[in-house]
Write a protein that binds this ligand. Structure first.
Ligand code: G3H
Ligand code: ZN
Length: 281
């Protein structure tokens, strides 16, 4: 069924585990997420990034409707989240499109600008019952930018600043920079577990880990045990999907029907989804 992200977060927090969120680009990604969630017997978040909406010509209604239909048909509880929204126009389309939560991404702004823009997004969300996540610090690695130096000043999230940020913006959850980076294809990131513990103590709302594809399972488990509540996974799904498609096409150079190669891609992604769900659950 289609459920709200807020209720899944509340349940995960109460049960002491985390909720995994998977980036959906195509219909097959949504189907693979549902299949993986059913296999693992766990709820999950179908998250669509602004970049994915742009890929579909900006047609957020089409993307959201497809993902919502997959969620409704699934036996697993699945929610719809709009991820890394920079455009205020897209943010405002989220409600009509059926998203129950958004991640408003002002992480490239200065601290003051980030607070102002995010507080405004939260006000908008409150009026519509939409759960709003925001980012403080820079996880980096998005849109092909080089991974940030995770030790540089201003990159990692400062616990005192994070507490003030949550109080000033009213966000429902906070994405923090603790050593992960977006778009890693090897699982070699090392998290700053001392910082996670400090953030957990300083920040009253759920913490979100972005760029989890590059984080080894054991590091994810430790982060969840320390109180990280939402675990975002994108790239690892595409690595699995594309690897299986490539293998099929290499073995069948005359294949033309997309269903022939999308099916193994979807199956490989579903297995990866189930794996991450077992890691966080
Ligand atoms: O918001 C999406 C996630 O942070 C995904 O990051 O593609 O590096 O797993 P990833
Ligand atoms: Zn992210």
């Amino acid at each position: 069924p289609l459920v709200s992200t807020g209720e899944l977060i509340t349940a995960a927090t109460a049960e002491g585990h985390a909720l995994a969120a998977f980036n959906v680009i195509t219909l097959e990604h949504a189907e693979a997420t549902a299949a993986g969630a059913e296999e693992a017997g766990a709820p999950a978040v179908l998250q669509v990034s602004e970049n994915a909406v742009t890929f579909h010509g900006g047609n957020v209604l089409a993307v959201a409707a497809a993902a919502a239909a997959v969620a409704r048909a699934s036996s697993a509880p699945l929610s719809l989240h709009l991820d890394h929204v920079v455009s205020v126009g897209l943010l405002h389309a989220a409600h009509e499109a059926g998203f129950s939560s958004v991640m408003f991404d002002a992480s490239k702004m200065t601290y003051e600008e980030n607070v102002g823009a995010t507080a405004e997004a939260v006000r908008w969300g409150r009026q519509r019952g939409i759960w709003v996540e925001a980012e403080l610090g820079r996880v980096g690695g998005k849109d092909g930018e080089a991974p940030l130096d995770a030790h540089a000043p201003g990159v990692r999230t400062d616990p005192r600043e994070a507490a003030a940020y949550v109080a000033d913006t009213g966000v429902d959850a906070l994405a923090v920079a603790v050593g992960s980076s977006h778009a890693m294809t090897e699982r070699t990131a090392r998290l700053d577990h001392a910082l996670i513990a400090e953030l957990r103590a300083a920040v009253p709302v759920p913490l979100v880990l972005h760029g989890s594809s590059g984080v080894p399972d054991e590091e994810i488990r430790r982060a969840v045990a320390a109180g990280m509540v939402k675990i975002n996974v994108g790239t690892a799904l595409n690595t699995a999907f594309s690897g299986a498609v490539r293998e099929y096409l290499d073995a069948h150079p005359a294949a033309v029907d997309p269903r022939k190669y999308l099916a193994p891609g979807r199956d490989a992604m579903a297995a990866t989804v189930a794996h991450f769900l077992r890691t966080v659950g």
